[in-house]
Design a protein around this ligand. Structure first.
Ligand SMILES: *Cc1c(COP(=O)(O)O)cnc(C)c1O
Length: 386
């Protein structure tokens, strides 16, 4: 089954462009609100790095979500579309003084601190402004997510977070600091996680750490478990909305929260991944020695995930109903890795056909570059093309 696209509207638009199904985005947001709302202490933040398109942000903002930012510019972008600063969390291993000052000036909800030197700088900069910075420590739980190596972040060998062994030391240090308030523990074990067992392993680890803190009479205000819930790249039509029911229930069941503690989530891919497709036109169908190529006008500059992570995206010819043939679908960029898919079955393809690369709403448009002096891709929503 193919996705449904307003092809008649596409005919007047220059390719490549991102097409966002905003009905699906709204449905997804409604499910997240409903399923997380079953538990009165769950707080949702949108991980803005997945997609910062203003059209989508203004829809996401209609929900009462906070934002997870990993740069000062993301904080600025979130505030510009109207997200309130007191629901913004700020993570990242390399926060600069300028970014920290910006976040302090706007009194964000929490810094997710990833090292001792960072903690010291935040304390100094907050002191200069006579402010108290709220901080959570990002603890590296040494839990391996069963996902691609480049998007696993919770292993000990990773650059992210503070190790479990160092946790007490860092907490002690922060308790001595006049301009730091230690309010939470933060975790994020990776992305595109489909196995709930990984989240259960994280819950168990957090329970252990909470016990250790409890023994020291420390109860933090909040636990932040990051994001990471995966989407079904193979079946974007059959499974357009991730299983948030099971996801939130897993945390409710396995994580032992203390009374008054809130549980924060930072959902990125699972919010926006399925609502986006990269739409391109076929420039040429080229016969190779042993295969045929569909050369499209979108490239790795528009969607880098296949080149960067060997990521799979479902590819459809949405113009043709002819019997399928096998193609390598490639872009025009001067790099051998500029390939969207090898040996892909597409309805027989002709110059000018529209090709949809599905499930491209997360880490697609936002990672676009201008390599080869190409313009950045445009975007259109289903609202605009009705
Ligand atoms: C990227 C990131 C997220 C979002 O991850 P998804 O897999 O897109 O849900 C959440 N928290 C932090 C700290 C991140 O870096």
């Amino acid at each position: 089954m193919k996705g449904t696209f307003p092809i008649n509207k596409f005919k007047d638009i220059d390719t490549p462009f991102y097409y966002y199904n905003t009905d699906l985005l709204r449905d997804t947001l409604n499910v997240i609100r409903k399923e997380s709302g079953k538990y009165n202490n769950f707080c949702i933040h949108y991980a803005i790095k997945a997609n910062a398109n203003t059209k989508l942000l203004s829809i996401i903002r209609e929900n009462d979500f906070g934002v997870d930012c990993v740069s000062g510019w993301e904080i600025e972008t979130a505030m510009k579309v109207g997200f309130s600063a007191n629901k913004i969390v700020f993570a990242g291993v390399g926060k600069t003084d300028k970014e920290i000052n910006f976040a302090l000036d706007h009194d964000i909800f929490c810094f997710n601190v990833e090292s001792v030197p960072e903690l010291e700088v935040i304390n100094q900069l907050a002191a200069r402004k006579s402010k108290i910075a709220r901080v959570a420590f990002r603890i590296n739980p040494d839990v391996g997510a069963h996902t691609h190596a480049n998007i696993t972040t919770g292993l000990a060998e990773n650059k992210f977070g503070i190790s479990m062994q160092d946790m007490n030391k860092v907490i002690d240090l922060s308790l001595e600091m006049n301009n730091i308030k230690f309010v939470g523990l933060h975790f994020h074990i990776g992305s595109q996680i489909m196995d709930m067992g990984d989240f259960i392993a994280l819950c168990n680890r957090i329970n252990e750490l909470q016990e250790r803190l409890y023994a020291r009479h420390i109860i933090v205000e909040h636990i932040n478990v990051g994001g990471g819930l995966g989407i079904d790249y193979m079946h974007p039509n059959r499974c357009p909305i991730p299983d948030f029911t099971e996801y939130f229930a897993t945390y409710h069941k396995h994580l032992k929260l203390r009374p008054q503690q809130t549980l924060h989530f930072e959902l990125g891919r699972s919010v926006v991944g399925q609502c986006g497709s990269l739409i391109s036109r076929v420039i040429y169908v080229k016969q190779g020695t042993n295969k045929q190529f569909a050369i499209v006008d979108a490239g790795m500059t528009d969607l880098i995930r296949p080149a960067l992570y060997q990521a799979y995206h479902k590819i459809e010819n949405i113009s043709s109903d002819e019997p399928a043939e096998t193609y390598d679908v490639v872009g025009p960029i001067c790099e051998s890795s500029d390939v969207f898919g090898k040996a892909i079955d597409l309805n027989r393809t002709h110059r000018g056909d529209f090709i949809a690369i599905r499930s491209a709403g997360a880490y697609g448009e936002i990672m676009a570059s201008q390599y080869n002096c190409r313009p950045l891709p445009q975007s259109y929503t289903s609202d605009e093309l009705r």
